[in-house]
Design a protein around this ligand. Structure first.
Ligand SMILES: *Cc1c(COP(=O)(O)O)cnc(C)c1O
Length: 230
């Protein structure tokens, strides 16, 4: 039952926050619904889910039309610049900004719509060749390049660590992302940048919360395993 799954994950999120002496409301649970049908999303919605994560533009558009309008859609997957215009006025945030070209495209599209798009910079902290994201060494320069863009608000940092059996193996990456965010904040005291951290998935969100995650992205734990038809 998706409703039960959602409630269970939600209370685990709350408990993880409390265990780390953090305010439970400071951790947002994003229900990652990619590949899943609207009927299943509605079960999560009925259990209280209002933040949904998707990684394909077409899927967001389909589901956006068919789901209640008080949902916040989060783009969490690699985004091609030529598709930005389709979702710019439909998503609440973009968690996967991984190039200057993409940031500039989002900026222009947002200005055109007269909105400010909250974005996360995706950082490849585990340094895997297969992963999207800015390298940790290049983050400061990248941040400084995009922070002034109009129509775009750098809300924080995001990372997708490797899949591991033992969630403790990913703690190092959460610590690194947190440290990178602290470093950026320190360098921008005048703006008192308070960086959000989008990190933690089904297998490791409790560890991520203990290291400061403010957005966790949970798919399998709520909707079950995904089947990919390729
Ligand atoms: C699919 C996905 C998730 C959710 O992963 P689960 O292990 O199913 O919880 C989180 N973040 C991103 C970027 C994803 O693509």
């Amino acid at each position: 039952m998706i409703k039960d799954n959602y409630m269970t994950i939600k209370s685990r999120v709350t408990q993880a926050a409390i265990n780390s002496k953090r305010e439970p409301s400071s951790v947002h649970l994003i229900a990652v619904s990619k590949t899943k049908p609207v009927s299943m999303l509605m079960e999560a919605y009925d259990a209280g889910a209002r933040d949904f994560g998707e990684n394909k533009v077409q899927e967001i558009l389909d589901k956006y039309d068919r789901m209640p309008k008080d949902i916040k859609w989060h783009m969490i997957g690699h985004l091609q610049t030529n598709k930005v215009k389709f979702i710019i006025d439909k998503v609440a945030s973009i968690h996967s900004v991984d190039s200057l070209k993409l940031a500039v495209t989002i900026s222009k599209a947002a200005v055109e719509k007269n909105i400010v798009m909250p974005v996360f910079i995706e950082v490849n902290v585990s340094n895997e060749d297969s992963k999207f994201g800015i390298k940790a060494e290049e983050l400061n320069e990248f941040f400084n390049q995009i922070r002034q863009l109009p129509g775009l608000e750098v809300k924080g940092l995001m990372t997708v660590p490797p899949y591991v059996e033992n969630p403790e193996d990913n703690r190092q990456y959460f610590v690194t992302l947190k440290q990178l965010a602290v470093d950026i904040s320190k360098k921008n005291i005048d703006n008192k940048y308070d960086m959000d951290l989008s990190m933690g998935m089904s297998g490791d969100f409790e560890v991520a919360i203990s290291e400061g995650a403010t957005y966790v992205r949970v798919g399998t734990g709520i909707f079950g395993e995904r089947e990919y038809i390729i």
